[in-house]
Write a protein that binds this ligand. Structure first.
Ligand code: F0G
Length: 458
């Protein structure tokens, strides 16, 4: 018999999670105005709200915490991280920051001016937020396949070169300080970008004299997909692929809470010493001195180790396989999901799940609430509530897709947990006809309403 797959790690420490009854959960969610962000973590059995900062560190990472050097300036741990960034990613200069959006804040303080245009492939919310905050504009140049929930295209995160060149041609080039490619493309469902595409974007950028940056939050998962799906790279190691990806970029921003498997941290890495010098000023102002920038020495040490562990093939295989496994189980039970399953999450298609619930009643939020009540599973709405109102007309903005994201933390849950989640979703599907109406909003903030919105059942 062919030996089945098994995880390349065993469990040294466990954290108990609390079981609750359906009646309790009905009460909890009602008391919290049907907002999943308001729930206390002990009200949740399986927490798939995010894969960010929720991973399990290894024994080696925990031991790095003990070896951390907390010197204000010139910390040993800083140099350990510097070496890891050079070795794994190939950049000579870097600045630590407390998380990914802080890296964006510092870098964009140098690079983004009012009226600037920053093309990319579906910029992440915080990336777009930091561009728009500086009165710049994020232009989405993702390929059309990226917006088609039925397309099985292997690299749905790719940049459309024609769309990008059009932006270059139709705008004064000095208004485009850089292009940013997000790997994997979180907004588009954790979809990867091919190396061929990254290389082509970099060539186009060079032709027009525009810099290229990479939002590398999930760079290792992207490299795994390149190895699996891009013929030319099937015999390359993950580390070789990673080095090649970043060789095409002038720099990167990183949320280390994802693929570097730490609970907090981020950085900016770059080649240009002049950019490093300018960014250092903002880093000192917003984050901390250049050799700690918002991070503990011990956390930098654990992060350095995480960069190596996160780029091991065996780990990545287990990681991506588990996400795929959940996707397969859901499909088996007829639960509609977005295809193909991305690197870090499975997206449930709420429009197809609840065809009888109009978008004005927030079907993806309804699905999130019902899945919580059914099994104590927490996902996150990526639909009308998140899309928010038009800032000028204050009308609801109805997005094309109404999704519930189930993001899988790294090295945290077992396949039994995935089975449990799939059955909980299948049970909701079975009783969906009894769920006649969605929600109405009774209170909302003027911006980023999803975090604090209060809802009532119709
Ligand atoms: N870029 C991407 C692609 C992200 O997914 C995130 C965070 C950030 C930047 C910002 O990093 O949280 O460290 O400040 N994504 C989280 C998520 C919040 O749940 O997808 P951060």
């Amino acid at each position: 018999m062919k030996l089945p797959f098994a995880e390349p790690f065993k469990i040294k420490m466990v954290e108990n999670i609390k079981r609750t009854t359906k009646e309790e959960r009905e009460r909890y969610i009602k008391e919290n105005y049907y907002n999943l962000f308001n729930l206390k973590s002990n009200m949740v059995f399986i927490d798939l709200l995010t894969d960010s900062g929720t991973g399990a560190m290894s024994d080696h990472q925990w031991s790095e915490l003990m070896k951390g050097d907390e010197s204000y300036a010139g910390s040993r741990s800083y140099y350990k991280l510097k070496e890891a960034i050079k070795d794994v990613l190939g950049f000579d200069y870097f600045l630590p920051t407390h998380q990914g959006r802080a890296a964006e804040n510092v870098l964009f303080s140098v690079l983004v001016k009012e009226g600037d245009i920053i093309p990319g492939n579906s910029h992440f919310d915080t990336t777009k937020g930091h561009i728009e905050f500086r009165k710049g504009r994020a232009v989405d140049c993702t390929i059309d396949e990226g917006f088609d929930p039925d397309s099985d295209y292997p690299f749905k995160g790719n940049v459309d070169l024609k769309k990008l060149e059009k932006v270059f041609k139709e705008n004064p080039i000095e208004k485009i300080p850089f292009v940013i490619i997000t790997i994997t493309n979180n907004t588009g469902g954790g979809q990867p970008v091919s190396l061929e595409n990254i290389k082509a974007v970099s060539e186009l950028c060079k032709k027009y004299g525009v810099k290229l940056f990479i939002d590398g939050a999930r760079f290792a998962e992207n490299a795994y997909f390149i190895k699996k799906r891009e013929k030319a790279y099937e015999n390359k190691s993950i580390r070789e692929i990673v080095r090649e990806i970043f060789s095409y970029a002038d720099g990167m921003t990183m949320s280390s809470k994802k693929d570097a498997i730490v609970n907090m941290g981020g950085f900016i890495a770059m080649r240009d010493p002049e950019l490093f010098r300018k960014a250092s000023v903002f880093n000192i102002m917003f984050e901390g001195f250049v050799t700690y920038g918002g991070m503990n020495g011990r956390d930098m040490a654990a992060l350095a180790r995480g960069l190596y562990e996160g780029t091991e093939f065996d780990y990545l295989e287990a990681r991506i396989r588990q996400v795929e496994y959940l996707g397969e189980k859901l499909k088996e039970y007829g639960v509609p999901i977005l295809k193909p399953v991305g690197g870090h999450a499975v997206f449930l298609d709420a429009k197809r799940f609840f065809p009888h619930i109009p978008q004005s009643e927030y079907p993806a939020q309804l699905l999130g609430v019902e899945l919580y009540i059914e099994g104590g599973v927490r996902g996150v709405e990526i639909g009308t509530i998140l899309a928010d109102r038009d800032p000028i007309t204050r009308e609801e903005r109805y997005p094309k897709l109404e999704l519930l994201r189930l993001a899988i933390p790294r090295r945290v849950y077992t396949d039994n947990h995935m089975n449990y989640v799939a059955v909980a979703a299948a049970n909701v599907l079975e009783r969906r006809d009894k769920i006649k109406r969605g929600f109405k909003i009774i209170e909302e903030a003027p911006i980023m309403r999803h975090f604090t919105v209060k809802l009532e059942r119709l």
